[in-house]
Every structure is written in C-alpha cells, then in structure tokens.
Design a binder for this molecule. Structure first.
Ligand SMILES: [Mn+2]
Length: 374
C-alpha cells in the first residue's frame, strides 16, 4: 500500500454535475472536514460491508476528513472475510464502544441503517451518513440517507459515488485495492451476480478496469472449512421436506462456526424439488440461530421469519432479511446453562419445528427426526 498522503488527490467537483445523491453525500461529508469519522459495520462484517467501509474511507480522505476509523464489534467469523481483510490490508478496529476509537466526531453506517446495538454509547454521536440496501421498518436516522432496495449490494452505490467523484484507476495501488474490494462485495452479495440487478452490472463494468484480477481470484476462492462440511452433513441427515419447503436442525455449533449454518442453507436450497429452506442450530450455547434461503416469489424472508418467530420483549423481530435470504437469532438465556445438551436440543428442535410447520399450514410435528448434537 502506498503511503496515504502520496495517494491522495484532492477533489474538485467542477467539471461534471454529480447526481443529486452524490452531491448530497458530499455535502453531508463536508461537515466532517478536519474531523474524525467512525465508519461502523453492523453485526459480523461481510465483504460488501467491508468494501463499502473501505470506499467511504477512501472518499472521506479525498473530501478533507482528517481521520477515518473503520470499526466493527462482532467477530470476523468467516474465513473468507478474514482473508479479505488480510489480503487487502484493511485497517479495521474491533471496538466495544465508540469511545474505543478515540475522539470521534461523527458516525457513518455502511451496509446497515441502524446502529450496532453492542455500541452502547453510539447514541451520543451524530450519524452523518447511512448508505445501505436493506429494507427499513422505520426511516433511518442520519443527516444523509441513501437507502436503495433496487441494488444487490451497497457496493453498487459506492461505485456510483466514486465514478462521479474520483474514478478508480488501475495504476494507483490504493484505487486498485478499493476496486477489488468492491468487486468482491458485489459478487458475494449477489451470489456471483446471479441475483445482480442492472445497476449492479453497470457498477461492476465501471470498476472492472481497475480491479486486480489476481487478488480477486484469491479472494473468491471459496474454500469450505471442515467444520462447514460437518454442518452440511448434519443438515442433510436431518432434512425434512414438505412440498417445496425444507427445514433442518444441525444441533450445536460453536460461535466461530456460526456462518456454517448459512453455508448449509446455501447448499440445501439448490435441491431441485424445493424453493425454500431453513437451517437452524444452537450457536455458542446462547442463541438459536437460523438461516432462510428462498427462490420462491411468494416468500418474503423478513416477513416470513417475523411471522414464524415473532418479537422480543422490546418489540424487535427476531429475524430479518432481504429478497432471497434471511436469518434469525433468539437468545435461549438461562436454558443455555443446561448440561443436558441432548434434551436442550430436543426442546429447541421442537419449538423451531412447530413454528416452521405452523407457517407451512401443517400441524406441529411430533415425529421429530433423531436428535443430533455435536
Ligand atoms: Mn450488502
């Protein structure tokens, strides 16, 4: 990576009139001139979020923001994500509070429109920008909000800003790095472009010349960890199919392996006689977590999960999602301390299955398959 100051080219926005959204983004960012901006990633950082944070930091520098920190609070759980951070040399900090990042003046949210709940003091800071593609239940609170449901990746939105403000150049190392990260974010969030919208293809075309192909190849090598294989095997064993719907419980999964549940769901939804699958397990002995995958036009993951699993005592849905995928997480609280894992799993499986079967219009099953636990 070249030194920061060497790579910085200050922006002059004169030649072309950027689109209104880009202009408004620049206007909001100008409040952070000479200040410290914390770009926060919500939940477990994924390639789209990491790429967007990188892109916003890149733009911030060019817009005169004095200091930018990229912060995240949940573990980088997926080995591909760890590879992305390492190969692209992304400077990210794990933080428990905004104060951990130093004297922060403003917050920016990328690939999310709500503050990370784990950052207890986040409410004390102004959210300058929100750029996201997830459906919002209430209007997000930020000085500038660009929320688009018609893009497959938030990276697409940042490509638009970049192309209007500071087009990426293959000959500049820093630009190449941002372009490669964005391309990777685009491809992972759109399942290798199979779910990409016209805007996503346009964005990919715009940055394609600046991408480091070798690096992109390294990033997209989808290695499957042995632990994921194991969870996939368990999900196959426990698979219950009703019409075009399938469900499977995989038992206990460690915190570090939580993404294997989603990987199993990604795999199972490819079965040709189904269009929707839900895979769930107990993660870290603290949560029931599950992933839903669908290519049914009539299943809205967020609505489906909300209806199936309901809300916590603060009225927040246990599940959420977008177009084709969703996830849910329900704390099991005190029950997690039970040392009888077989029995705990039986309880969980019965509760989840009943909720799922109810959604499918079936009676809750008692014919639960063999109990499985890791
Ligand atoms: Mn995304």
């Amino acid at each position: 990576m070249t030194s920061m100051s060497e790579a910085v080219r200050k922006l002059t926005i004169t030649s072309q009139m950027p689109l209104d959204r880009t202009k408004a983004f620049v206007e909001a960012m100008s409040a952070a001139r000479g200040k410290h901006l914390l770009i926060t990633l919500r939940g477990h950082p994924d390639p789209d979020g990491i790429a967007c944070a990188l892109a916003q930091a890149h733009l911030a520098q060019r817009l005169g923001v004095e200091k930018t920190t990229i912060g995240y609070s949940h573990e980088l759980s997926h080995r591909e994500n760890r590879a992305l951070v390492k190969l692209l040399n992304v400077d990210m900090r794990k933080i428990k509070s905004v104060r951990d990042a130093g004297d922060v003046d403003f917050l920016a949210l990328v690939d999310a429109h709500e503050l990370e709940p784990d950052l207890a003091d986040a409410g004390d800071y102004e959210v300058l920008t929100i750029v996201d593609h997830h459906r919002a239940n209430q209007p997000p609170k930020g000085r500038f909000v660009d929320l688009r449901l018609d893009v497959g990746a938030t990276a697409t939105i940042f490509v638009e800003y970049l192309s209007e403000l500071s087009p990426l150049d293959l000959d500049v190392e820093e630009d190449r790095r941002v372009a490669t990260a964005l391309m990777h974010g685009l491809s992972t969030d759109t399942d290798d472009f199979t779910l990409a919208r016209p805007q996503d293809f346009r964005a990919a075309a715009m940055i394609s010349e600046a991408v480091d192909r070798d690096l992109l190849t390294d990033l997209s090598r989808r290695a499957i960890a042995p632990s994921a294989m194991d969870v996939i095997a368990r999900s196959l064993t426990g698979l219950v199919v009703r019409r075009n719907f399938a469900a499977s419980g995989v038992g206990f999964v460690s915190e570090t392996d939580r993404d294997t549940i989603a990987q199993a769901a990604d795999f199972l939804v490819r079965r040709e006689d189904i269009d929707t699958v839900i895979v769930y397990g107990v993660v870290g002995e603290r949560f029931i977590e599950g992933s839903l995958r669908t290519h049914s036009p009539s299943v809205d993951p967020a609505a489906w999960l909300e209806q199936a699993f309901g809300h916590d005592d603060k009225g927040r849905a246990y599940g959420g999602g977008r177009r084709d995928k969703g996830g849910f997480r329900i704390p099991i609280g005190f029950l997690g301390r039970s040392t009888d894992r077989a029995q705990l799993w039986q309880l969980v499986e019965h509760a989840v299955k009943s909720a799922v079967m109810r959604m499918m219009g079936d009676d809750p099953v008692n014919s639960g398959p063999v109990e499985r636990h890791a």
